[in-house]
Design a protein around this ligand. Structure first.
Ligand code: D41
Length: 670
C-alpha cells in the first residue's frame, strides 16, 4: 500500500509537472502519448483504490453531476471593465490624464498585453487549492462555473511552490484556439450539429454547459492577467512582477506580454501585435496597456467600473452586422456564376465593405441567405470579406430562398449546372461580355502578356464600345479609339498602345498561361512549355501525351486537349501570331538537367515574389526547401539575407545572387 501511494504521488506530480511545462512554460517535456499513458496508469490505480482519490488529482478534473442551473456568486472585489481607445489620440489622452493625475513629467512605464478575445473568469484559491471559478457576470455577481473550469488542463487545481498566499483570486481569460475552433466546427458540421460563429462564442458556449463532461471535451485554454482579492497585500511592487509570480504559481501568462518604457512604445507594441495577430493561434481584439507601478495604480484608482490605470486599445472590428440588399451573380472568365451579396456598406477590419462573395449557390442555400437578411460580416487581416451567418431573429417577413438564375445575367445565354460540379455556368462563351472582359483582363495580367494599363475599367469600355470582340482585337486598337475612353488622356492612350506593342514579344509559358485554359496556371504552363518546347507540339498532343507532363493529371490534360480541339481557339492563336505576337523557341533540356532534383533555398528580399521564383524553379525539376542543410545545392540570396546565408557560407554551399540565378536559368525566364 505504501508503494502504491508512492507511485500514485509520483504519477500525480509527473502529470502536474507535464501540464505546467506544456501550458505555462510552453516547453513540453514529454510527448502527449506519454502524458496519456501516465494518466491511464493513474486512473487504473484510482479505480482499484477509490479511497486514495484526492480532489486535486489530475483525474478529478471532470467530476460532479450535471446542474440544472449555475449558482450565482458575489465577487469579493468587483471585476472591473476596461475603458476603450480606438486610435492613437485616445491613447495619448489616456497617458496625459495619468501624468496630470500623478503630477509627473517623466515617461510612465507600462505593461502591454494582447487583449484575448475570450471569456473573463475569476479563479479563487484557498490554501493553494482551486475552490471556485466564476464568470464575470455584471462585474459584481457572476455564475459559479467551478465544475466546468476544473476540466481545463491549463487551470491549476493546486498552486505550485510553498510561498503562495492563504487566499488569492486570479483573473484571466478562457479562450478556444483557432485551429481547435475550426476542427470543432468541421466536426459539428459533419455530425449535423450546431456550429459556433467565432472562437469567443465557442468558449462562452462551452463554459455554459450544465454538464461538465461536455465542457471537458471542448479545447479550452486560459491566460491570466490580474489578481483580485488577495490575503497578503503589498507583496509586489509592479504589475509585471505580479505576472511573473502568477507564472511561478503555475498560471499560464501570455508570452507576448511586454514591459515598455513609455506610451510611444505602447503604440509600437500595438503595431507589432497587430502584425503578429494571424500567427498567434488565438483571437485577440486589441492590446491592453497597464501602468506598471502598483503604487501609481493605487494613486490613480478607479472611475465607476474601470481602473484609470489601464486601457484597451482596440483593433478595428473584424465582425460587423449589416443588411443584404441584393444577391447578384458575377460571371467569371470560365463562365462560372458566383453569387455575391450586395451589402449596406459597413466598416469592418479597417475597410468599408459593400460586397461579399458567396462562392457558390450551395453556400447560399446552406447558410440560407436571403435578400433583406441581417448578416454577420467578417474581414480578418487582408482576407476578402466573408459572410459568416444570417441573424435569423432579424429576418423580415416574406423573404424567399435564392434560386438559380436560368439565364446568364450578363448575356442572357442559357445557364447549365454540370452534374459533377457545384458551379453553375453561363454557356455564352466569349460572346458573353462578362467572360470576355475577364478573359481580356487575364490575358493582359502581369504574369501573362503583361500589358500595363489594361485594367478592369478599360477592358469594360473596350467591350462596351465594341472595339474588342475577341482577344486579337487588342492588337488592332487605334490611338483615336482609346483617347475617347473615360479616364484615358492622350498620354495614357499612347502608353497603352506602347504597352501592347511591347507585350508582343513574350515567352511560350507566358503565352500559354495568357490563353486562360481552365486550370492551367503559371506553373502548369511552364511545365507544358518545358516538356514540349513548341506550341505546335502542345496543340497536337494527345491526352495521354499531356498526362506525361509532370504535375498534369487527367482532368487538366482533358481541359488542355479540349481547348485546342476548338477551332476557334486555334484561330485566335494564329491571329495573334499574325499580328506580331512571338516568342523565342523554348530551350529547356539543358536547364532541366541542371535543376533536376537540385535543392534550392531562397533567402532575403528578392525582386520577384518568392512564390513566383519558387514556381519557376520547381517547374524545372528543382526542390525548394525552407532551411539550409548539407544537402542544399544552391542558396539564392536576395537583399538583407540573414542567418540562412551565413549558414550556407559556413557549409560551403554555392550562393547565387538573383542575377546569377537568372544566368543559370538562361533563356527560360528571360
Ligand atoms: O486579455 C484580456 N482580455 C484582458 C482583459 C487583459 N489582458 N487584461 C485585463 N485587465 C483588466 C483589469 C485591468 C481591469 C484587471 C482584462 C480585463 N480587465 C477585463 N476583461 C473583461 C473585463 C475586463
Amino acid at each position: 500500500m505504501k508503494d502504491l501511494q508512492t507511485e500514485l504521488q509520483t504519477l500525480r506530480e509527473a502529470l502536474i509537472e507535464h501540464s505546467y511545462r506544456y501550458y505555462v512554460l510552453d516547453d513540453p517535456s514529454v510527448p502527449d502519448a506519454e502524458y496519456d499513458r501516465l494518466l491511464l496508469r493513474l486512473k487504473q490505480i484510482e479505480a482499484d483504490h477509490p479511497e486514495l482519490i484526492t480532489p486535486d488529482s489530475p483525474t478529478q478534473r471532470v467530476g460532479g453531476v450535471a446542474l440544472s442551473s449555475f449558482p450565482t456568486v458575489q465577487h469579493e472585489q468587483p471585476m472591473l471593465s476596461l475603458e476603450n481607445a480606438f486610435d492613437d489620440a485616445d491613447v495619448h489622452a489616456f497617458n496625459k490624464r495619468i501624468c496630470q493625475r500623478l503630477k509627473i513629467n517623466e515617461p510612465i512605464t507600462y505593461v502591454c498585453e494582447p487583449k484575448i478575445d475570450g471569456v473573463a473568469v475569476s479563479l479563487l484559491y484557498e490554501k493553494g487549492k482551486l475552490i471556485r471559478a466564476a464568470t464575470r457576470g455584471d462585474g459584481f455577481v457572476g455564475e459559479d462555473i467551478t465544475q466546468n473550469v476544473r476540466t481545463l488542463r491549463s487551470v491549476p487545481l493546486q498552486l505550485r511552490g510553498k510561498d503562495h498566499p492563504e487566499k488569492i483570486e486570479v483573473r484571466g481569460e478562457i479562450y478556444m484556439p483557432i485551429t481547435d475552433f475550426n476542427a470543432y466546427n468541421q466536426k459539428a458540421h459533419t455530425l449535423g450539429e450546431k456550429e459556433f460563429v467565432n472562437p469567443r462564442n465557442a468558449a462562452a458556449g462551452s463554459l455554459r454547459q450544465l454538464d461538465p463532461k461536455i465542457t471537458a471535451k471542448r479545447p479550452l485554454k486560459l491566460f491570466c492577467y490580474a489578481i483580485g482579492k488577495i490575503s497578503e497585500e503589498n507583496i509586489f511592487s509592479t504589475h509585471y512582477d505580479m505576472l511573473m509570480q502568477l507564472k511561478a504559481w503555475g498560471f499560464p501568462v501570455n508570452p507576448e506580454i511586454e514591459h515598455v518604457t513609455d506610451i510611444q512604445n505602447c503604440l509600437v507594441y500595438y503595431q507589432e501585435i497587430q502584425h503578429k495577430r494571424e500567427t498567434l493561434g488565438y483571437e485577440i481584439d486589441g492590446a491592453v496597456y497597464k501602468v506598471d507601478s502598483l503604487i501609481q495604480q493605487k494613486a490613480l484608482g478607479f472611475v465607476t467600473q474601470a481602473p484609470r490605470w489601464a486601457i484597451a486599445h482596440k483593433f478595428p472590428a473584424r465582425e460587423e452586422i449589416t443588411q443584404v440588399q441584393d444577391i447578384a451573380f458575377q460571371v467569371s472568365r470560365t463562365g462560372a456564376l458566383t453569387p455575391v451579396a450586395r451589402l449596406a456598406p459597413v466598416f469592418v477590419g479597417g475597410v468599408t465593405v459593400s460586397n461579399a462573395s458567396l462562392h457558390n449557390i450551395e453556400e447560399v442555400w446552406r447558410k440560407d441567405i436571403r435578400v433583406g437578411d441581417t448578416v454577420i460580416i467578417r474581414r480578418a487581416g487582408d482576407v476578402i470579406p466573408y459572410l459568416v451567418s444570417v441573424v435569423l431573429d432579424k429576418r423580415p417577413e416574406n423573404t424567399k430562398p435564392i434560386a438559380f438564375p436560368k439565364i446568364c445575367p450578363v448575356c442572357g445565354a442559357e445557364v447549365i449546372k454540370p452534374d459533377t460540379e457545384i458551379v453553375v455556368r453561363c454557356t455564352g462563351g466569349l460572346f458573353c461580355r462578362a467572360q470576355l472582359k475577364e478573359t481580356i483582363k487575364h490575358f493582359a495580367a502581369r504574369k501573362a502578356m503583361n500589358i500595363d494599363g489594361l485594367g478592369d475599367k478599360i477592358a469594360e469600355q473596350l467591350i462596351e464600345h465594341n472595339f474588342v470582340k475577341e482577344i486579337p482585337d487588342l492588337y488592332t486598337l487605334q490611338l483615336h479609339q482609346l483617347i475617347g475612353l473615360e479616364r484615358m488622356g492622350e498620354k495614357s492612350a499612347q502608353n497603352l498602345i506602347a504597352a501592347l506593342e511591347t507585350s508582343k514579344q513574350t515567352t511560350l509559358p507566358k503565352f500559354l498561361y495568357a490563353l486562360g485554359i481552365r486550370e492551367v496556371g503559371e506553373a502548369t504552363a511552364l511545365n507544358l512549355a518545358s516538356h514540349f518546347g513548341q506550341l505546335e507540339k502542345i496543340i497536337s498532343a494527345s491526352q495521354a501525351d499531356l498526362e506525361g507532363v509532370s504535375d498534369i493529371g487527367p482532368v487538366v490534360a482533358q481541359n488542355i486537349a479540349a481547348f485546342f480541339r476548338q477551332v476557334h481557339n486555334c484561330e485566335i492563336i494564329k491571329k495573334l501570331q499574325t499580328l506580331g505576337v512571338w516568342w523565342n523557341e523554348h530551350v529547356v533540356s539543358q536547364t532541366k538537367q541542371i535543376l533536376d532534383k537540385k535543392i534550392f533555398v531562397l533567402t532575403g528580399t528578392l525582386s520577384h515574389p518568392r512564390e513566383e521564383v519558387k514556381a519557376t524553379l520547381q517547374a524545372l525539376g528543382a526542390k525548394v526547401s525552407g532551411s539550409v542543410s548539407a544537402k542544399t545545392d544552391y542558396v539564392v540570396a536576395g537583399e538583407d539575407a540573414g542567418s540562412k546565408l551565413t549558414k550556407a557560407q559556413a557549409l560551403g554551399i554555392t550562393i547565387l545572387s538573383e542575377e546569377e540565378l537568372k544566368e543559370l536559368l538562361g533563356s527560360v525566364t528571360s
